[in-house]
Design a protein around this ligand. Structure first.
Ligand SMILES: [Cu+2]
Length: 159
């Protein structure tokens, strides 16, 4: 019986490595990890595409509205009639803005909503829209206020 040499062992090792790389569990593991990463990424991203705005985490029916000199975002908000909704207004401007001092407003006259966010801060109001329809919200503090189309949006109350 021939004695196993170091060379024999090396050849066997290399063969095993090659087999491992070509087949076996490696491609499956790679696929599983890739799938896991993609699933996690979509899980994080998808709710953002379907939300009416950048929703705050962990709170139901809180709609974050961001405001700066470029306008209010989102421009369109959909809510259900008879359900409480909280509008959280965040101003992205600092107090050194000459026009409005960094404050922004979210007002809906028909619903008696009037939120004013301080510079770089947030303010919120909770209300229950009862009547379905379209309501205009606006900021009348900066940039020509209500007359400026970027400072206006629509709240759509659905049945
Ligand atoms: Cu404004």
């Amino acid at each position: 019986m021939p004695k196993k040499t170091n060379k024999d062992r090396k050849v066997k090792q290399q063969r095993l490595l090659r087999q491992g790389a070509a087949g076996g569990w490696r491609p499956w593991a790679f696929g599983a990890v890739t799938l896991g990463v993609l699933t996690a990424a979509f899980g994080l991203l998808l709710p953002k595409f379907f939300a009416d705005g950048p929703a705050a985490d962990g709170e139901a029916n809180v709609i974050l509205v961001e405001a700066d000199m470029a306008g209010l975002y989102p421009k369109e908000i959909r809510v259900k009639a008879g359900e409480p909704v909280t509008i959280r207004l965040r101003s992205l401007d600092n107090r050194f803005h000459l026009d409005g001092g960094g404050k922004h407003q979210f007002a809906i006259d028909e619903l008696g909503v009037n939120i004013i966010a301080p510079p770089l801060g947030t303010a919120e109001a909770t209300f229950i829209p009862t009547e379905p329809g379209e309501y205009e919200f606006y900021c009348d503090i900066c940039c020509g206020g209500r007359a400026n189309p970027t400072m206006v949006g629509r709240l759509i109350v659905e049945l």
